[in-house]
Design a binder for this molecule. Structure first.
Ligand SMILES: Cc1ncc(COP(=O)(O)O)c(C=O)c1O
Length: 442
């Protein structure tokens, strides 16, 4: 997977993937037999683009920053291993995510453990391993304090603070409103929070996450500013008390939105970083070691899904493509189509782009319920059974949402890299036997 990673223009790899590139990859994959008859659906992952996104992040932020990429955005083992080699860390939101990161070679100090419902056993496991732990509640803080009496740990720890800056445009992915199930709300508990930092010398970090997609950069930065103001207040109190310690780990979370259409007017990571630096210079004066937890921005635009159109249902003004991907992975798209949108393209059996005779279309998945519709009211060229439908920007929160309803087989994931599109299989198509084993509890 090392291959050619030196495109003429590195900026090119930071853009969304154009039709012309996807069709070139498709033609090559069809010609080389990478997509076989049994591959009713596949995902393509542009590893050069993934690397470019990571390189860009690493170049922008101070060297001491830990970029803990959100495992939940895409937990494919080959991708986690690839990212680890690129010198980033992992943000784990459950014990199994922590286990995946550990097994993929992430050093404990490069893992941030964020689950909001950690059990006693999970906390003890994390403490013994020595990962960074973000504490979600005062009750969890008490558990940690109890465990630290008997467990020797190298873990660093912070509290997840809800800065209560308000919601973005998507309520379901906004977590810093007046009420949130995550973290400790700063307005009601500022003095208790302060007390916790003054009393517990092992508490040296702060953490926040404002939301995912739909949260404009200004809102993300407003949230960070509130928590920074709090950290500065605690630090000056500690200094007044003559304490040699201070809050020195600042986890800014993830949440930078990413474009899903040419009309999405969204800033890139470089501009976000410039905004952060100019609004919050204190965050960058060397007193804080930063942690970031980006997921969607890293993965969404570097991967695309393809399904064969198995059947086409025609009526006078509408064509319905029956495809092999649906709510089992495009979950949010099916349940909230008013929010989640993907550009789509149609290619023929040789991988050539179709453009002619656009028609109102419905893209229907294979699952047994009426809501299994990835898109409707979309204009697509005239389709035929046997064509392929490409669903753009499918790298984040798609495969990771995989559901077992109707016991569908997870498709093959194909990586490619370099300007010649060299292929590598990142995950084989699941066999019916693997699905059987999932349901077998004997
Ligand atoms: C605590 C936390 N960190 C990071 C992320 C990643 O967010 P995004 O993928 O939008 O960057 C999430 C997403 O839900 C999260 O809950």
């Amino acid at each position: 997977m090392s291959g050619k990673h030196s495109p003429q223009n590195p900026e090119h790899y930071l853009e969304r993937i154009a039709d012309v590139e996807m069709t070139a990859v498709m033609s090559k994959a069809i010609n080389e037999g990478i997509i076989t008859e049994e591959d009713t659906a596949v995902f393509f992952y542009d590893l050069s683009r993934l690397k470019a996104r990571i390189d860009n992040l690493i170049t922008l932020f101070p060297d001491s920053t830990l970029h803990a990429v959100a495992v939940k955005a895409n937990p494919l083992i080959s991708i986690l291993k690839y990212l680890e080699k690129l010198n980033v860390g992992a943000e784990a939101a459950s014990l199994p995510e922590l286990y995946l990161a550990e097994k993929c070679g992430y050093r404990p100090e490069r893992i941030a453990f964020d689950s909001p419902v950690k059990t006693w056993e999970e906390i003890e496991y994390a403490l013994k391993l020595g990962v960074h732990i973000n504490i979600d509640s005062f009750e969890e803080l008490k558990r940690i304090s109890t465990l630290l009496k008997s467990v020797n740990s190298r873990s660093t720890m912070g509290i997840r603070i809800n800065p209560q800056v308000g919601a973005g445009t998507i309520e379901l992915t906004s977590v810093a409103d007046e009420y949130s199930k995550f973290g400790i709300p700063i307005k009601q508990f500022r003095s208790d929070l302060k007390q916790a930092y003054l009393e517990n010398e092992w508490l040296t970090g702060v953490h926040l996450h404002v939301g995912s997609q739909g949260c404009p950069p200004e809102l993300l930065i407003d949230g960070i500013a509130i928590v920074l103001d709090f950290a500065e207040e605690v630090n000056s109190e500690l200094q007044k008390q003559g304490s040699g310690r201070r809050i020195d780990i600042f986890d800014i979370g993830g949440g930078l939105p990413t474009p899903y259409s040419a009309n999405d007017n969204i800033i890139n990571m470089s501009d976000y970083y410039k905004m952060l630096r100019s609004r919050l210079p204190k965050l960058f004066d060397g007193r804080y070691r930063l942690i970031t937890e980006f997921g969607r921005y890293i993965h969404a635009n570097v991967c695309w899904a393809v399904s064969r159109i198995e059947y086409l249902k025609q009526s006078e003004n509408l064509q319905t493509a029956m495809i092999h991907l649906g709510a089992e992975c495009f979950t949010r798209e099916c349940y909230h189509p008013e929010i989640w949108y993907h550009d789509m393209s149609v290619v023929n059996t040789t991988g050539a782009l179709k453009k002619a005779h656009p028609k109102k279309s419905v893209i229907a998945g294979p699952l047994c319920f009426a809501g299994d519709i990835i898109a409707k009211n979309i204009e697509l060229p005239a389709m035929e059974s046997g064509d392929y439908l490409i669903i753009h920007d499918s790298g984040a929160y798609i495969l990771s949402m995989w559901s077992r309803y109707n016991s569908r087989q997870m498709p093959k994931v194909i990586g490619y890299y370099g300007e010649d599109f060299e292929f590598v299989i990142l995950k084989a198509r699941e066999s019916p036997e693997t699905v059987y084993r999932f349901w077998d509890d004997s």
